[in-house]
Design a protein around this ligand. Structure first.
Ligand code: PLP
Length: 372
């Protein structure tokens, strides 16, 4: 039996998509074999990959001068690949708003040298809460160097639940010529977003797109061809773009499932409708937390509370084990918070229906009543 799965990643996929995968697993559209078993260069798989890209372009409104790359190595590999492709002898600026952007900064410094990678804002505040990250810097609170090779930010911090909800306002002060690179791993496709505000977007697939093993990169063409000398070909965006992401064998099955997720999104009304549903889900859950008279608590500044990842604590951590055991009995999976933050975390990505959030809220209210 499928339960409501609040896993932060790999995360739940739409049941409809999994049913289709099941139906097509042994024989894809009369090909006589499944997608996992066919050549990535055959006409069947080429059509799957091309359709997936076309659907993604349509869903996100990706301008024609951006390449869509289907890569491997996860978002973590991009922490190194971004500076190795884009730094080009210059210096980059990083904004740190949670664990993931902090890791991205550290990896860029490790790979390209500390002096080439500047941290221009860091909201870590260990005095505010134990884990440190609960807000975004004000747009007036950081200044991007006009000579930066790029600005890097993570637009949804999956662990801390801090999201850039208005990209245009947040990035308004960035000098015109500075390319903005966004790690959108945990909220890509969750609502309409202006791709053209970024020079590059990357995202691991396993939160809001499909199975792990696939990493999406959307790169503006003028950023290609600046890779560090000697960079392995599989890590060079320009080489991958030239070969339509098929320099070598791509993660075929993950691309196929991602393509089915894109079609599912189109059927339900695209990112506009998805955004409406996601906003309602987040509203319900935060209302339950804020309306609990302090039984539950989310420490994030309300102006940047994530609509995808909702961390919360119980007023008494001694109740955590009870809460989690009861949740499992109530059909609610994977609510334990990240080890660095503790407490609980509900990830309510696209594939989590409103009914799943309603079930969680009902359980939380009941639990609070019983333990108050
Ligand atoms: C999960 C996550 C990552 C790491 O992804 P991997 O695919 O495990 O490398 C990086 N950034 C963000 C925002 C994430 O949510």
């Amino acid at each position: 039996m499928r339960l409501w799965n609040f896993s932060a990643g790999p995360a739940a996929l739409p049941a409809e998509v999994l049913e289709q995968v099941k139906d097509e697993l042994l024989d894809w559209h009369g090909a006589g074999c499944g997608v996992m078993e066919m050549s990535h260069r055959g006409k069947e798989f080429m059509s799957i990959a091309q359709q997936a890209e076309a659907d993604l372009r349509e869903l996100m409104g990706i301008p024609a001068n951006y390449k869509v790359l289907f890569l491997q190595g996860g978002a973590t590999q991009q922490f190194a690949q971004v500076p190795l492709n884009l730094l080009n002898g210059g210096k980059a600026d990083y904004i740190v708003t949670g664990s993931w952007s902090k890791k991205a900064l550290k990896e860029a410094q490790r790979v390209c040298g500390e002096s080439s990678v500047r941290c221009i804002a860091n909201t870590e505040d260990k005095q505010a809460v134990a884990d440190g990250f609960t807000r975004l810097p004000a747009p007036s609170g950081f200044s991007v160097n006009a000579d930066a090779a790029y600005l890097h930010l993570c637009t949804n911090e999956t662990i801390h639940g801090v999201e850039v909800l208005d990209e245009a306002a947040f990035l308004a002060g960035v000098p015109a010529g500075v390319p903005v690179v966004g790690d959108l791993s945990s909220h890509i496709l969750s609502r309409p977003m202006d791709v053209s505000r970024y020079a590059m977007i990357y995202a691991g697939a396993q939160k809001n797109i499909g199975p792990s093993g696939l990493t999406l990169a959307i790169v503006r063409e003028d950023l290609l061809g600046k890779a560090a000398a000697g960079l392995p070909e599989v890590m060079d965006y320009q080489v991958m773009a030239k070969h339509d992401s098929m320099l070598n064998t791509p993660p075929t099955f993950a691309i196929y499932v991602a393509g089915l997720v894109f079609q599912w999104l189109k059927r339900i009304g695209g990112v506009a409708e998805m955004g409406r549903i996601n906003a309602e889900k987040a509203r319900l859950l935060y209302a339950a937390i804020d309306g609990s008279n302090g039984f539950y608590r989310n420490p994030v500044d309300v102006a940047c509370r994530s609509q995808m990842n909702v961390p919360f604590t119980l007023h008494d951590a001694a109740l955590d084990a009870d809460f989690l055991a009861g949740a499992k009995d109530a059909g609610l999976l994977a609510l334990k918070g990240h080890k660095s933050v503790g407490g609980m975390r509900a990830s309510i990505y696209n594939a989590m229906p409103l009914d799943g959030v309603r079930a969680l809220v009902a359980y939380m209210e009941d639990f609070a009543k019983r333990k108050a």
